[in-house]
Design a protein around this ligand. Structure first.
Ligand code: ADP
Length: 168
């Protein structure tokens, strides 16, 4: 069985991520979308919440599993018996760091290959950071995140803004 992992922060999942998930899931028997936990970074959503939002957004893909991990990607891949890491490339600016990561991951786990999918031109501008900015200004998020999670993102932004307002 060919198993691939699509790792990221997914804080929150965007239509750019979903496009990669759809295309990658068509290439492998199973695609594991894995929220990689970086304990130093406080996100908009907790890792558990990101998993839940990803599950809602990918429910229609039969061969997609959503998980989270605080392991090294190379170790996680070995444990899950995955031989491929999928990465989306938006622009040349993504390239340098991603190639560096790919080389390190293969050093740590020689059976692990990284495959890059070029972002669909519709989504090259899109990142989770942009989504957060748009949500802050009350923009319609339908063009940026899966429809299943639009309300959750708006709601969380209102909560965060409310808290900031009280603290400030
Ligand atoms: P970000 O916070 O920048 O959106 P993530 O760490 O959540 O990034 O991204 C996980 C993976 O998805 C990375 O391989 C990243 O290059 C890719 N990715 C993110 N946004 C897009 C997009 N709009 N199109 C294609 N790939 C993307």
């Amino acid at each position: 069985m060919s198993i691939a992992i699509y790792p990221g922060s997914f804080d929150p999942v965007t239509l750019g991520h979903l496009n990669i998930i759809k295309r990658a899931s068509a290439c492998f028997d199973k695609l594991i979308v894995c929220v990689m936990v970086n304990s130093k970074k406080h996100g908009m959503f907790t890792p558990e919440e990101r998993v839940e939002l990803l599950r809602r957004s990918t429910a229609r893909f039969q061969n997609v599993e959503v998980d989270f991990s605080n392991e090294l990607l190379a170790a996680y891949a070995k444990r899950r018996r995955a031989h491929v890491v999928v990465k989306g490339l938006r622009a040349v600016s993504d390239f340098e760091q991603e190639v560096q990561m790919a080389v390190i991951n293969r050093k740590l786990n020689p059976r692990l290959e990284t495959m890059f999918l070029a972002s669909s031109e519709k989504y090259t501008y899109l990142s989770s950071t942009i989504v957060k900015e748009m949500a802050r200004y009350g923009a319609d998020l339908a063009d940026f995140v899966p429809r299943e999670i639009v309300d959750a993102v708006n709601q969380r932004m209102r909560e965060l803004e409310g808290t900031e307002g009280k603290e400030g």
